[in-house]
Ligand binder design. Structure first.
Ligand SMILES: N[C@@H](CCC(=O)N[C@@H](CS)C(=O)NCC(=O)O)C(=O)O
Length: 211
C-alpha cells in the first residue's frame, strides 16, 4: 500500500497509527502541502484525490481510498486485529462520536485550507486566525474532556479509533500553543498512547519528510 500524506497532517497521522497498529506494511509518498504553493494542487495529485487533500491510501489493487476515518474503518474491516472499534454497538457509537468530534467538528475549521482562507481571501491577520483556531479546539476539547474516561486510553484498556483521532489533534493543538491545564484526561490519554511503538513511529517528527 502507498500512503499519500504529509508529516504534519493530523489526518494522515491518524492513518499512520492505524497501519502501524495493524502491522500493515506501507510505503509513504510525501505530498508537501506548502512548498511551491502545495503539491496537492498539482494535476498529478488531483488525479489521485480531486479533493486535493491528504491522506489518500492506494491499495495494491490500484484502488485509492480517501478520508482518514473511512480509511481507518476499511483497515479495521480487512485486518481486524487489533480492533479499533469495540464489539458493543453502543460503545462503537461512542467511539465514533469522539472520533467525529475531532475529525468533523474541530479539524475542518482549523486545517491548513480553512486557516489560509481566513488569512488570504478574508484578510484576517495571524492573531485572529490563532484565536479562531483556539476557539474551535476549546469548544471540542471541552466536550471531549467531559466524555472520556482514561483507562488509560480514551475508552478503557484498548486503543480505539478515538485515540487515533485525539493524539494527532493534541499534537496540532500543542503546535498552536494551546494550554492543556484544563484537559488532564486528554493529556493523560495522549501520554499513554505515545508510549506505544505504533503511535511513536507515526509521530510527525519520525516521518521521512519531517522538517
Ligand atoms: N476529513 C479529511 C481531512 C483531510 C484534510 O483536511 N487534510 C489536510 C491536511 S491535515 C490537507 O490535505 N490540506 C490541504 C490543504 O489545506 O490545502 C480526512 O479526515 O481525511
Amino acid at each position: 500500500m502507498k500512503l499519500y500524506g504529509y508529516f504534519r497532517s493530523s489526518a494522515a497521522y491518524r492513518v499512520r497509527i492505524a497501519l502501524n497498529l495493524k502491522k500493515l506494511p506501507y510505503e509513504q509518498f510525501a505530498v508537501h502541502l506548502t512548498r511551491n504553493g502545495g503539491w496537492q494542487w498539482s494535476e498529478e495529485f488531483r488525479a489521485i484525490n480531486p479533493q486535493k487533500r491528504v491522506p489518500a491510501l492506494a491499495l495494491s489493487t490500484g484502488e485509492v481510498l480517501l478520508q482518514s476515518l473511512a480509511i481507518i474503518e476499511y483497515l479495521d474491516e480487512v485486518e481486524p486485529d487489533p480492533p479499533l472499534l469495540p464489539a458493543d454497538p453502543i460503545e462503537r457509537a461512542r467511539v465514533r462520536a469522539i472520533s467525529q468530534m475531532v475529525a468533523c467538528d474541530i479539524h475542518p475549521l482549523n486545517n491548513l485550507a480553512a486557516l489560509n482562507y481566513l488569512k488570504g481571501p478574508l484578510k484576517h491577520d495571524q492573531a485572529t486566525a490563532d484565536e479562531w483556531y483556539r476557539h474551535w479546539v476549546t469548544e471540542g476539547f471541552d466536550a471531549i474532556e467531559a466524555l472520556i474516561r482514561p483507562g488509560p486510553y480514551a475508552f478503557g484498556t484498548h486503543v480505539t479509533m478515538a485515540d487515533l483521532c485525539l493524539v494527532p489533534q493534541v499534537f496540532n493543538a500543542r503546535r498552536f500553543k494551546m494550554n492543556f491545564a484544563k484537559y488532564p484526561k486528554i493529556a493523560a490519554i495522549d501520554a499513554a498512547c505515545l508510549k506505544l511503538p505504533a503511535f511513536d513511529k507515526a509521530r510527525p517528527e519520525n516521518q521521512p519528510d519531517a522538517e
